[in-house]
Structure formats: structure tokens, C-alpha cells
Write a protein that binds this ligand. Sequence first.
Ligand code: IDP
Length: 140
Amino acid sequence: MATERTFSIIKPDATRRNLTGAVTKMLEDAGLRVVASKRIQMTKEQAEGFYAVHKERPFFNDLVSFMISGPVVVQVLEGENAVAKNREVMGATNPANADEGTIRKVHAESIEANSVHGSDSLENAKIEIDYFFKPEEIVG
Ligand code: IDP
């Protein structure tokens, strides 16, 4: 197994409900280590750029509006198989389909307001980490 880094966002529905600590604890309990973290208000341009792959999807505009509706916490997570492990602890995109004990099953409000983002591949993790963090902001 390889030590990897992945990128996570605690989304506005979770920060609004004061769940930053609860979500982070679930990530840490899964064996992931927070090696960078900051609370930010995303701009519209930043959110549009981040979700550019979804530009043609019908939910794109709503998703961007949701992601800038309040603060988010962007994080870099490190651990063995961090990309897959994070996806596992997040649960399915739609909380109705998420496994018991996953972040989205426990905390998500809807398929859109689903509390967390996590990179879906090692390649995207690197791109997403670089989108939000300078190398010196990550301390392993
Ligand atoms: P993921 O976050 O589980 O990787 P993606 O398909 O990459 O899921 O979608 C990105 C985000 O877009 C989701 O986390 C969710 O917030 C939102 N989203 C996905 N599908 C829908 C939908 O059908 N309606 C509204 N929002 C959606």
C-alpha cells in the first residue's frame, strides 16, 4: 500500500451546521491525517473552475451557488490509500444510497448538500490540492 495525499472539502451545509469537527473526526478515525486545512469563502470563479468538469450537467449552476453559499473547509488528507479510503468514508454521492456509518449517510442533507467533496483519483487529487494550496501550506 502506498501513502497518498487526497483533497477534501467540508461543504457549506456542514459548516453551517457546525459539523467541521464531527466530519474531521470521521476522517481521522478512518486513518486519514489532516496535513493542511483552511476555512475559506469560495468565489464564484473559484467554484466554477473547480467544478469545470460538470459544466454541461444540469445541476452545475445550482452546485456553484451552493458551494459559495457559505464557508467551506478545504483540506489535504494523507494516509495509506488515502484517495480510496476517503471515498469510502464519504459514502455515495446521494446520501439515500450511502452505506451506514459514512459521512454522507450520517450528515448529508441531499444529493447536492452532501457535506463533503473528495478527489476521485490520485491524478485529480494533485490537481485539486494545487488549486487551493501552496506547497508550504502542507505540513506532513
Ligand atoms: P462526488 O462528489 O460523489 O464525486 P460527482 O458526481 O462528482 O459526485 O458530483 C459532484 C457534486 O455535484 C456532488 O458531490 C453533489 O454535490 C453535486 N451533484 C451530483 N449529482 C447531482 C444531482 O443529480 N443533483 C444535484 N447535485 C448533484
